[in-house]
Ligand binder design. Structure first.
Ligand code: NAP
Ligand code: GDD
Length: 323
């Protein structure tokens, strides 16, 4: 039997690195697409050097994607690359649309041109629910995005659905709720808090400035969520799935657990900075992943408390080694 080949766009990101880990354990040949930059940004996949192949292409460049598929000949494409930080999407809405919305069309067009048998996964987002129309959110909940990022993701979602319905491509949209890990970028609130806790504990800082403490998210563990991406592409039919824990917690609760893990009183250190409050907020996300549980047999394994404590412990260890 031949070895299956997976192409991951965004392999240098949080999810790309966990997905590469996962697919390697499944015996895949893993190829990661990276964009050209003057310095390498391979920290999250450093441990995989020699085990994954890295190729250059860019979601902004149609021909580079076509050539990449011709060269790699993957059976599965996981399109994880995007401008993924919500606040930046207000600063750079056009660029966000180019990467996060039109980038999906470019990749789907490349699939259609090179090999229609490729199975395609699109990294869609709970941010599309925005001003939520019902709680919890399911695959049938109407969308109401609240940021240029959410609007761009919504385009990516519908072009994926449309490519399935128009061209019969095996294209799936995974509507993933927030998922975190010790590899999370430090600008996202979970990692900002756990890194802040570790810095305060080690005497490197005294305060942590945050925005809206009342926002609620359905936070899960990235290592659990990448398995769901793979499961979607192993089904007999392509479809769309919510991936979530079903639990929701506030940023305030995140702070309580994270600071307590390090034995610190959070109220003494957390300050609210109005500049960090968003022009339009997503107040509450809570997903209903019962379809994924029923059809894919997928279940989250790591609880919110376990996740936060895992991240605090990792940041404490990191700051102990190199302040
Ligand atoms: P991330 O850590 O920000 O990683 C984003 C990746 O996209 C990086 O590898 C980045 O490469 C790459 N990228 C950006 N622009 C590119 C371009 N023009 N060409 C090629 N590569 C490009 O994001 P993540 O948390 O792993 O999330 C993965 C995907 O899932 C994203 O699409 C995100 O929007 C979506 N999503 C995430 C969550 C979540 O909670 N994490 C939830 C729902 C959906 P560089 O290293 O060069 O910057
Ligand atoms: N980043 C950040 N920084 N967020 C803060 C802060 C802060 O200082 N203070 C409060 N928050 C609140 C935000 O207002 C938001 O309501 C919540 O914390 C979560 O913010 P992020 O961690 O930045 O994540 P996000 O929910 O905006 O977006 C993430 O999840 C989406 C899925 O719902 C990203 O990973 C997106 O790419 C992903 O699609």
């Amino acid at each position: 039997m031949s070895i299956p080949t997976a192409l991951i766009t965004g392999i240098t990101g949080q999810d790309g690195s966990y997905l590469a880990d996962f697919l390697l354990t499944k015996g895949y040949r893993v190829v990661g697409m990276v964009r050209r930059s003057s310095t390498e940004n391979f920290e999250r996949i450093e441990h995989l050097r020699g085990q994954v192949e890295i190729c250059q292409a860019d979601l902004l460049d149609q021909l580079s994607l076509i050539n990449l598929l011709r060269q790699v000949r993957p059976g599965e494409v996981y399109n994880l690359a995007s401008q993924s930080f919500v606040p930046t999407s207000w600063e750079q809405p056009v660029l966000t649309g180019e990467f996060t919305a039109l980038g999906v069309t470019r990749m789907l067009e490349a699939v259609r041109l090179v090999d229609r048998e490729i199975r395609f996964y699109q990294a869609s987002s709970s941010e599309m629910f925005g001003k939520v129309q019902e709680v919890p959110q399911t695959e049938r909940t109407p969308f109401y995005p609240r940021s240029p990022y959410g609007v761009a993701k919504l385009y990516g979602h519908w072009i994926t659905v449309n490519s399935r319905e128009s061209y019969n491509l095996f294209a799936c949209s995974g509507i993933l709720f927030n998922h975190e890990s010790p590899r999370r970028g430090k600008e996202f609130v979970s990692r900002k808090v756990t890194d802040g806790v570790a810095r305060i504990k080690r005497g490197l800082a005294d305060q942590l400035f945050l925005g809206n403490l009342e926002a609620r998210r359905d936070w899960g563990y990235a290592g659990d969520y990448v398995e769901a991406m793979w499961l979607m592409l192993q089904q007999p039919q392509p479809d769309d799935y919510i991936i979530a824990t079903g639990d929701t917690h506030s940023v305030r609760e995140l702070c309580e657990i994270a600071f307590a893990r390090a034995g610190l009183p959070w109220q003494d250190h957390v300050m609210v900075d109005q500049k960090l409050v968003r022009p339009a907020e997503v107040d509450l996300l809570q997903g209903d992943a019962s379809k994924a549980q029923r059809v894919l047999g997928w279940h989250p394994r790591v609880s919110f408390r376990q996740l936060v404590e895992m991240m605090v412990d990792a940041d404490l260890a990191r700051h102990a080694q190199r302040p």
